[in-house]
Design a protein around this ligand. Structure first.
Ligand code: AMP
Ligand code: GLY
Length: 425
């Protein structure tokens, strides 16, 4: 098969790396890709949100399966366009992608179909929102309705912080139209986990659990980022908890969408808070997580292409439970100095060759480009160094050993990725 992966981050490198191992894959393209992806797939100069450019390429190159990484293309309706053109594509259609593209849609669907989630209220007036905050107090969580590159959520400890979030989202319009409506919700307490499944709207196959580390600094301090590291499996997600998440969150959502006439195919990612009252849904993403995917896919023994193909044509029932490597996988993100704020680009990365020689280690590229024979930084999150070990400790030690071999000017990484899985807190 001729396969096209859309996107340019660490998640897409992990997808390309796994797809390249499939016996079904004869030729692999990535649009636009990055410096690491270029070593295993042909990168093409079409941006991930250029739907007509991607469609033209897929037609011309007779692509048999397209796999969409980022949410933006999904929210723009790439799946609808490809399906109309009779091209197979893995991902949800535009209506289904609203589960991530509109938090109001997502929360209202959860409320209607009794998916456990934080109590919430929707506002389209900043004055009403601020009044509500004054009456109900803090802590609370303020969320922009639309896509805001992972930055549209403020967990406010004080009334002032919450009101400031309303001002910046609704009045200063820092996220543009994404902040036209907002949600104010109850602040939940507990540990978080990411549960990803692949579905064809009827069957569901669960991927291995994972845990992300969203803050920039150790001990979950500092600004929220796209994710500074992940590990899989997440020991807090026991078989019982997974069952509860599947029954009460995943199936209710997919069935609820079906009742609304929306067919969900692709990956469904549920961000979960494990509260004293049981698992509650924090959010849905309609795509693979980043960096969770980098920690999950190295453990997957089954052929991912077979699974994605089956889901895209509604035949997931033909695929049984997925097979997993029992080892633990840890991914440590190396970011550019200053990220998630301003950062410089174009720094040369050294040590990648010696890292590539080690067994059970993969260095996924997130923000890199290849210029002649050099790999340079080109994004905030630069690399996802990933290692497998028979215990979480072994996986952590191996991964950090590799991180120690790599350097670029200003390189930053958290030193506590995976520690929670050992300490259980
Ligand atoms: P979201 O994009 O909705 O997942 O939110 C980003 C992060 O904000 C989550 O990973 C949580 O850490 C936090 N968060 C979101 N909603 C809540 C909530 N209701 N209570 C506590 N923390 C939350
Ligand atoms: N790791 C969080 C996300 O993919 O949105």
């Amino acid at each position: 098969m001729r396969i096209l992966v859309i996107g340019s981050g660490g998640r897409e490198h992990a997808l390309v790396w796994k797809i390249a191992q499939s016996k079904l894959c004869a030729k692999l393209f990535c649009a636009p890709g990055n410096g690491g992806i270029a070593q295993i797939a042909e990168c093409i100069d079409v941006q991930a949100d250029d739907i007509s450019g991607l469609l033209e390429f897929a037609r011309k190159e007779k692509i048999d399966l397209t796999v969409v990484g980022p949410e933006k293309a999904l929210a723009l309706g790439i799946v609808d366009e490809f399906t109309k053109a009779k091209l197979k594509i893995f991902g949800p259609n535009k209506q289904a992608a609203n589960l991530e593209a509109s938090k109001v849609f997502s929360k209202e669907l959860m409320a209607k179909y009794k998916v456990p989630t934080a109590k919430f209220k929707v506002f389209d007036s900043p004055d009403e929102a601020k009044k509500y905050i004054e009456v109900n107090g803090a802590p609370c969580v303020v969320k922009a309705d639309g896509l805001a590159a992972g930055k549209g959520v403020v967990v406010a400890k004080t009334v002032d912080e919450a009101k400031d979030a309303v001002t910046s989202m609704m009045q200063d319009k820092v996220f543009g139209d994404a902040g036209k409506k907002i949600i104010i919700e109850e602040c939940l307490m507990g540990q978080e986990a990411s549960i990803l499944v692949i579905t064809d709207s009827k069957e569901v196959v669960a991927l291995a659990s994972a845990q992300d580390h969203k803050r920039i600094f150790d001990h979950d301090q500092g600004a929220n980022t796209g994710g500074m590291g992940a590990y899989s499996p997440a020991p807090i997600v026991t078989a019982d908890i997974l069952k509860e998440v599947l029954d009460k969150i995943i199936y209710r959502t997919i069935d609820g969408l079906a009742k609304e006439g929306i067919d969900y195919r692709g990956v469904l990612y549920a961000g979960i808070m494990l509260t004293k009252e049981g698992p509650q849904a924090l959010e849905f993403n309609v795509r693979f997580g980043d960096p969770e995917t980098q920690a999950i896919l190295p453990r997957l023994k089954s052929d991912l292409v077979e699974v994605m193909l089956a889901a895209s044509v509604g035949k997931l029932s033909k695929i049984g439970a997925l097979k997993w490597d029992s080892r633990v996988c840890v991914c440590v993100v190396c970011s550019a100095g200053g990220y998630p704020g301003n950062y410089s680009q174009g720094q040369e990365i050294s040590g990648l060759d010696s890292a590539a020689k080690l067994a059970d280690v993969v260095v996924f590229h997130a923000g890199t480009k290849k210029i002649k024979d050099k790999i340079l930084t080109s994004g905030g999150r630069v690399l996802g160094v990933t290692g497998l070990g028979s215990t979480i400790k072994e996986a952590i030690d191996k991964t950090y050993q590799v991180v120690g071999k790599i350097s670029f000017e200003g390189m930053h990484y958290r030193k506590d990725i995976g520690r929670r899985a050992i300490e259980g807190s």
